[in-house]
Design a binder for this molecule. Structure first.
Ligand SMILES: Cc1ncc(COP(=O)(O)O)c(C=O)c1O
Length: 393
């Protein structure tokens, strides 16, 4: 009986073959495979440009830089997310304000966003998070945000759709969307991430910040004369125009990503089938509720996480006791996430207190993510169902 984690990659022989072909070739840093992956990814989500980077966190960081977020400015994100969504703004020296979440989507609450913008009209960037693979109320968020730059954190949501039926990342409601290719995510490159956008200038800046801020387009050189000798272009010459980073994705990773991307539809449909089986088996049980369960959500979510919520008081158990009972049955699970404002670091960088986030607090108290990944067998799904039932029945 293999122990189940809440998430796990599925890497198959053809994925490995493509990676090996890169390893046997001449270029293993960023090269043609990364370009192919970018082209395929942009096409898949219906965006004009994709820029692949070394992680989802790097994708958030270069997006904030391309958005022009600066020291002393302010950006807004959701209270319920991995810390990276907020950290990216801090990397730029910006202040962070948080919104509460909506009870049914678990993503940024539009009303809470309106209030945050009233408090902070100077906010220049908004980062909604498509939590657990379900797109946030993106049209409302776009309207409320006005002409502020929206960077969607789609780390969970490659392959998901908005409620207009179009793919997350197509740019209908955001200036940029980031994805993560960490192994528990919809597809993997080991570590890796990407930003998609329809804006040519943003795409150019994203590429610059990905690689040290180094400019290689002759027409953009500030000291163009230094680039030439006797009319000939000096092959070694380049100019650094910004303070950028080394966030490049290698061709080894890109090969894995390109191969995995072809399987995205299959992976999502396997995830959706498992989510539906959980829904059938766990709906209506005492002391257990299932957020994000509405049929319209299930049909368009990327199903990164399957989250249940225990009524711990009525059950008379702590969450740790529940986790231990599940673990005895080789069922691993995880808490997504500790609210950002609980983190000691953010205590010094945020205004307000826990009472400002009643929905997040209520959700966090009893949430648990059950195992959900494409390679789960029927028996493993049954094992999870039996274990959960044994706790609440
Ligand atoms: C919502 C969210 N944003 C950003 C990230 C950061 O992605 P990465 O781990 O690829 O840096 C994660 C990763 O877990 C995430 O869950």
């Amino acid at each position: 009986m293999r122990p189940l984690n809440y998430g796990r990659h599925l890497v198959e022989d053809d994925d490995i073959d493509l990676v090996v072909s890169v390893l046997r070739g001449d270029l293993i840093t960023q090269g043609p495979m990364a370009e192919q992956f970018e082209t395929a990814l942009a096409k898949k989500v219906g965006a004009k440009y994709a820029v692949v980077v070394s992680s989802g966190t790097a994708a958030l960081h270069v997006s904030c830089l391309a958005a022009g977020l600066k020291d002393g400015e302010l950006g807004i994100t959701s209270s319920m997310t991995f810390v990276a969504s907020a950290n990216a703004m801090r990397y730029c020296g910006a202040k962070v304000a948080l919104t509460d979440i909506a009870k049914d989507t678990l993503s940024m609450c539009p009303t809470s966003l309106s209030k945050a913008i009233q408090r902070h009209p100077e906010a220049s960037v908004v980062i909604p998070v498509h939590f657990a693979g379900l797109a946030a109320e993106s049209e409302k968020i776009r309207k409320i945000s006005g002409d502020r730059i929206i960077i969607e954190d789609g780390a969970h949501a490659l392959g998901a759709s908005y409620d207009n039926g179009r793919p997350v990342g197509c740019g209908d409601f955001a200036d940029m969307t980031i994805f993560s290719f960490h192994p528990v995510k919809p597809i993997t490159t080991g570590e890796g991430g990407a930003v998609v956008t329809n804006d040519q200038e943003l795409a150019r800046l994203l590429r610059l910040y990905r690689s040290h801020g180094i400019e290689r387009e002759v027409e953009r050189y500030e000291n163009a004369d230094d680039a030439l000798e006797g009319g000939q272009r000096l092959p070694w010459y380049y100019e650094q125009h910004h303070l950028g980073f080394n966030y490049r994705m290698t061709d080894i990773q890109a090969a894995l990503g390109l191969s995995q991307l072809k399987k995205l539809n299959r992976f999502i449909s396997l995830r959706r089938d498992i989510a539906k089986r959980y829904d059938q088996a766990l709906t209506g049980l005492d002391n257990l509720s299932i957020p994000q369960q509405s049929t319209s959500y299930r049909d368009r979510s990327g199903h990164h996480l399957y989250i249940v919520q225990f009524d711990l008081e009525r059950l008379g158990k702590t969450r740790l006791e529940i986790i231990n009972i599940l673990r005895e049955r080789n069922v691993g699970c995880q808490v997504h996430y500790i609210p950002v404002y609980h983190q000691p670091y953010y205590a010094d960088h945020l205004e307000g207190d826990r009472t400002d986030f009643p929905v997040t607090e209520a959700y966090y108290r009893g949430c648990l993510s059950l195992p959900l990944f494409p390679a789960m067998t029927d028996k493993e799904v049954e094992r999870v169902i039996d274990a959960v039932r044994s706790i609440v029945q």
